[in-house]
Design a protein around this ligand. Structure first.
Ligand SMILES: Nc1ncnc2c1ncn2[C@@H]1O[C@H](COP(=O)(O)OP(=O)(O)OP(=O)(O)O)[C@@H](O)[C@H]1O
Ligand SMILES: [Mg+2]
Length: 333
């Protein structure tokens, strides 16, 4: 076990490197993996868009990176290297420090992640005071400027309010301010703008982008909205039933997706170029983690499926832009 602060390298801004990340639930013969063998990197200043339909394992990946897995779940394999430190090997105390200081998280559900018994200023300013040694006045000022930046009206009047006094959209802004307060090295944003309308969403995403540039944050942006990924991410990773099916530079992914599931996802959103076109859902449902098949997990819903797809998980094809499919869109590599 390492102590995070001891292990902290001087190169603030160094990125994230995840290897073979696997999360397992259950015990004995009843174990099942909800995410399996994920490999990805996010450099300082870079944004990775993590996409996939509901239940594919996006939030579980975030939870594993934060060391905040639900009860019964554990990282059974792999490493999560942030700078010089492997997060999966930290003590609980060091992990708490890492979460407060090195990793900021905007959770999918803003209400569950704010402490109802602490005022807004306590929640934003306290970690900043603690980790940066700021005076109470300076920490309060910092909290105020963050709240103003995320667009909380009359922020100076609202610092001493409690979360329940805020609307859903405002709570989401408060949570974003909290996640950014300690200038984290890694920001994980899980559907960060779902409670906001389109104009506010753009404002928040631009703020994250600006801070990312200024501070060299690595960002993992989890969303159902591929048009946002196209706009904000440099890299894309597509999850299906707990596995990566395709990964690569955003441009290559959007211009030439190779996995039939990626293509289906791209067709399932209002077209990036022609917003008039109707949304078409993908027929069928993904398998449950307890019932993942040995072959390609998308096979049952895939228009290109052949019996071979059912016998073994497809090997990786490609380098920087890679995918796991034996009948890729655009023909074999
Ligand atoms: N506490 C838990 N115990 C066991 N399995 C769980 C638990 N919570 C979630 N799962 C399972 O883990 C898988 C991944 O869930 P996850 O929440 O990561 O999906 P997601 O991609 O974030 O979906 P969404 O888009 O709906 O947020 C799902 O199959 C889900 O049923
Ligand atoms: Mg989720």
């Amino acid at each position: 076990m390492q102590n995070f602060q001891d292990a902290r390298p001087s190169s603030a801004g160094a990125g994230l490197r995840v290897r073979d990340l696997t999360v397992t639930f259950g015990r004995g013969r009843k174990t099942f993996n909800v995410i399996e063998d994920l490999n990805f990197e996010v450099a300082a200043g870079e944004t990775l868009g993590l996409v996939g339909e509901s239940g594919s394992g996006k939030s579980m990946t975030a939870a594993a990176l934060m060391g905040l897995l639900p009860w019964g779940g554990k990282v059974s394999k792999g490493s999560v290297q942030l700078g010089e430190t492997d997060i999966t090997r930290l003590t609980n105390a060091a992990l708490r420090t890492a979460r407060g200081r090195e990793i900021g998280m905007i959770f999918q559900n803003p209400l569950s992640s704010l402490n109802p018994s602490l005022t807004i200023v306590q929640q934003i300013a306290e970690p900043y005071r603690l980790y940066f040694g700021a005076s109470p006045t300076a920490a309060r000022e910092h909290a105020l400027s963050l709240l103003q930046e995320v667009g909380v009206p009359d922020a100076s009047q609202r610092l001493d309010d409690y979360p329940h006094q805020f609307s859903g959209g405002m709570r989401q802004r408060v949570m974003i301010a909290m996640a950014l307060a300690c200038k984290p090295r890694l920001l994980i944003a899980d559907e960060p703008t779902t409670a906001l309308d389109v104009i506010n969403q753009a404002q928040i995403l631009r703020l994250i982008q600006r801070l990312q540039k200024e501070q060299g944050m690595a960002v993992i942006f989890i969303t159902h909205d591929l048009s946002l990924v196209a706009e904000y991410a440099q890299k894309v990773m597509v999850l299906y039933a707990g596995k990566t099916v395709e990964q690569g530079p955003a441009e290559a992914f959007f211009t030439a997706p190779r996995h039939p599931y990626s293509q289906a996802l791209l067709h399932a959103i209002p077209r990036l170029v022609n917003s008039e076109e109707r949304l078409t859902d993908i027929d069928g449902l993904p398998p449950r983690p307890q019932e993942f098949p040995v072959g390609c997990r998308f096979a049952e819903r895939c228009p290109a499926m052949t019996p071979e797809c059912l016998t073994a998980y497809p090997p990786r094809s490609g380098d920087d832009h890679h995918f796991y499919c034996i009948h890729p869109v655009g023909g074999a590599a």
